[in-house]
Write a protein that binds this ligand. Sequence first.
Ligand SMILES: Nc1ncnc2c1ncn2[C@@H]1O[C@H](COP(=O)(O)OP(=O)(O)OP(=O)(O)O)[C@@H](O)[C@H]1O
Ligand SMILES: [Mg+2]
Length: 264
Amino acid sequence: MPIREPSQTAGAPPALQLRDIRKSYGEHTVLQGVNLKIKEGEVVSIIGPSGSGKTTLIRTINKLETIDSGEIVLFGEDFIKDQNNTNPTVLRKGMLRIGMVFQSFNLFPHMTVLDNIMMAPRYHGKPSDSELNRKQAYYLLDRVGLLAHADKYPHQLSGGQQQRVAIARTLALSPDIILFDEPTSALDPEMVSEVLKVIQDLAKEGMTMIIVTHEMDFALSVSDRVVMMEHGVIQLNAEPTAIIDEQNQQIEYVRMREFMGRSA
Ligand SMILES: Nc1ncnc2c1ncn2[C@@H]1O[C@H](COP(=O)(O)OP(=O)(O)OP(=O)(O)O)[C@@H](O)[C@H]1O
Ligand SMILES: [Mg+2]
């Protein structure tokens, strides 16, 4: 069952538009004017060296980080501007539409898997103990292949299973966009594929996603576009077919292939 049908309206606004996003920590400029547009239903992966600003960038999208200047527009509507110009009501409404999955799962250790998922709607001011909510939690656990583990606690699960719970928990909030920050980096290698499979399924169902990842083959296979960041700017934003085309000798493409370990 598809989670949502992407809007096919020709004139639909992008799901997300980042305009000239800038951010510094003291003297250190981390984002130097980032522009990025993501259509509804699109999957965009962000790759780049350590310290290039990937985490900072995606954390600005759900306001875990402030921006110094620029703006973020959500489905054609004002969302985030710099601190002095962001409207709190608009911000809160927008934040409810964006889910995030972290490298470190961030599950509540003292709650069962089921309760972790049922809790999620409470953050959004919705009742978290309704029968409907319970049914949804079971449905989502089934989707990520963990129905049999509903009554376990996080420490009784493997890392890959915990990350799948974290994804189900994010889905319980019915987000329009999901941000992933290196969702498989904390996992043992044998658990990476089970988590990537869940993300791949979401992509097939039309979920709009931004995925920061070091899994290069996955990025090329799941994404509509792959973005390479370096020194706080986007060096290249291209479709996978264009990236892997060895005929393409433009310097940005060659460097992206090198970074991905694909150069001859
Ligand atoms: N809260 C902070 N205070 C000061 N500097 C920070 C803070 N957060 C990040 N930085 C700096 O900003 C730069 C970008 O960090 P960021 O975490 O966005 O990089 P990244 O591309 O996600 O790297 P990685 O691949 O290692 O996760 C780094 O130089 C980092 O040290
Ligand atoms: Mg990071």
